[in-house]
Design a protein around this ligand. Structure first.
Ligand code: PMP
Length: 387
C-alpha cells in the first residue's frame, strides 16, 4: 500500500488562497439541510429501536428495494435480494477484490483508471493490466487483444474493472455501440465485469446511459453509490451481483465489519421515501453542468496551443494533456506557488504513464473560482513552455 497522490495533496490544496482543481469532493451546498435535519430526527423518534441497533449484514431490506428503483433509471431490472449495501462503493470494491483476487492474479482496468481502485487492487497484490481508452471509453479491440494475449500465456484475468460513464479521471463515456462489444467480448472470454458507476445519473446532456449490467446481469457486478447523488457523509454504496457472488460478498462484509451503520441506511431510506430525489439530482446536474461549462470555456480561452483535454458529458472531471516535453508532476510545485492545484496523471496508472496528464475537477469550486484557477494554470503551462 502506498499513500495516494490525491491524499498527499489535500493539505496544500485546502489552503484558502489556492484554487483547488484537485479533489473530487461532491458539492453538498445544494442539499436541503432543514429537510435532512427533520429526517434524521424522525428516524430517531420513530425508528430508534431499530436505527440504534446492529443491522443485517446485507443491509436494510427497504433501502435495497429503493436502490433497485434507482438502478432502474439505467435499465437495470434487479431483485433486492441481489443487492448488498456497503460503506460507500469503495467497500464494495474492497469486498469484490477480497473475494476474487489472490496475490499475482490479473485484474484488467482502463488506462487511466480510478486511483483508489488501483490502490485496492494493489493492496491485494493483483497484477494490474491496463487496457487503452480514447474519447469513447475503453477500446474494444485493445480489450480483445489483451485477453487473447493473456490466454496465450495461460493466464485468466479475474475481472475487468471499468467506470463506463463519466469516468474518473478521464471524464469520458463508453459509447452505446462499444457497450455491446465490451459485454460480448467479456462473455466470450468468460470474464467477469466490475462496473463502477457512481456518476451515471449525473449526465448534463442526455438521459442516463444503459448500464452494462442491464444487458449482462450474470456476468457483471455493478457498484453504485449515493455519495454523488446525495452525500458522501452517509457512506452508503452498494453492489449488485449474481446470487453466488452476492452470498460471498455478504460473508466478506460480515467478517470485515459485522454490519454497516443501520442508522445511516434508515436516514437515506427515509430521504428517498419523502424527498423528491430525482428533482434533487436534477439540481445537482444543473449545478455541475454550469461548472463544467465554466471549465471548458476557460480552457478554450486560456490554454496555450498543444494542450488538449476531454469534454465530459457529465460527472466531475476533465483530463488534460500537456504539450510534448512537459511533466505535470514536476510542474505541480510551480502551480501551487501560483495558487492552483490539480492531480498529476501518473497516479491514475499502475505503471509509469501519465506524465503529461493531469486531472482537473470542476465539482467543488464555483464557476468564478474555476475561471481564475484555469487562468493561473494556463500561466504556469506557458511559463513551463518558455523554459
Ligand atoms: N469509484 C469511483 C470511480 C469514484 O470516483 C469514487 C469516489 N471518488 C468511488 C468509487 C468511491 O465512492 P464512495 O464514496 O461510494 O465510496
Amino acid at each position: 500500500m502506498v499513500a495516494s497522490e490525491v491524499r498527499a495533496l489535500f493539505a496544500v490544496a485546502s489552503r484558502p488562497e489556492v484554487v483547488s482543481l484537485a479533489g473530487g469532493m461532491p458539492n453538498v451546498s445544494a442539499l436541503p439541510l432543514d429537510d435532512l435535519g427533520d429526517i434524521v430526527r424522525s428516524v430517531v423518534t420513530d425508528q430508534g429501536a431499530t436505527a440504534l441497533q446492529y443491522g443485517p449484514a446485507q443491509g436494510d431490506a427497504h433501502l435495497r428495494e429503493q436502490i433497485c428503483a434507482v438502478m432502474a433509471e439505467e435499465g437495470i431490472d434487479a431483485s433486492p435480494d441481489d443487492v448488498i449495501v456497503t460503506v460507500g462503493s469503495q467497500q464494495a470494491l474492497d469486498l469484490v477484490t477480497r473475494v476474487f483476487v489472490d496475490p499475482g492474479d490479473v485484474v484488467l482496468t482502463e488506462a487511466p483508471t480510478y486511483v483508489t481502485a488501483i490502490n485496492t487492487f494493489a493492496a491485494f497484490q493483483a497484477d494490474i493490466v491496463h487496457v487503452s481508452m480514447d474519447e469513447d471509453g475503453v477500446v474494444p479491440e485493445a480489450l480483445e487483444e489483451t485477453l487473447a494475449r493473456l490466454e496465450s500465456e495461460g493466464r485468466q484475468a479475474k475481472f475487468f474493472y471499468t467506470v463506463p460513464t463519466f469516468q474518473n479521471p478521464a471524464g469520458v463515456t463508453l459509447s452505446s455501440q462499444r457497450r455491446r462489444q465490451v459485454v460480448e467480448i467479456c462473455r466470450r472470454f468468460n470474464l467477469l465485469v466490475l462496473e463502477d458507476n457512481p456518476y451515471g445519473l449525473l449526465g448534463f446532456e442526455s438521459d442516463p446511459m444503459r448500464a452494462l449490467h442491464a444487458d449482462a446481469p450474470d456476468n457483471v457486478i455493478y457498484l453504485g453509490s449515493f455519495s454523488k447523488t446525495l452525500s458522501p457523509g452517509f457512506r452508503i454504496g452498494w453492489a449488485l451481483a449474481p446470487a453466488a457472488v452476492r452470498a460471498k460478498l455478504v460473508l466478506a462484509a460480515e467478517s470485515a465489519m459485522l454490519s454497516h451503520s443501520i442508522f445511516n441506511q434508515l436516514v437515506v431510506a427515509r430521504y428517498l421515501d419523502v424527498h423528491p430525489w430525482r428533482e434533487q439530482i436534477k439540481d445537482f446536474r444543473e449545478m455541475y453542468r454550469r461548472r463544467r461549462d465554466a471549465m471548458l470555456s476557460a480552457l478554450e480561452a486560456q490554454m496555450p496551443p498543444g494542450t488538449t483535454w476531454t469534454r465530459p458529458g457529465g460527472g466531475f472531471f476533465v483530463w488534460l494533456t500537456l504539450p510534448e516535453g512537459l511533466d505535470a508532476k514536476a510542474m505541480l510545485p510551480r502551480a501551487v506557488s501560483e495558487r492552483v492545484a490539480y492531480v498529476p496523471g501518473t497516479g491514475f496508472f499502475s505503471g509509469d504513464e501519465g506524465r503529461r496528464n493531469m486531472r482537473l475537477s470542476f465539482c467543488y469550486p464555483t464557476p468564478e473560482q474555476i475561471r481564475e484557477g484555469v487562468r493561473r494554470l494556463a500561466g504556469v503551462v506557458e511559463a513551463e513552455i518558455a523554459l
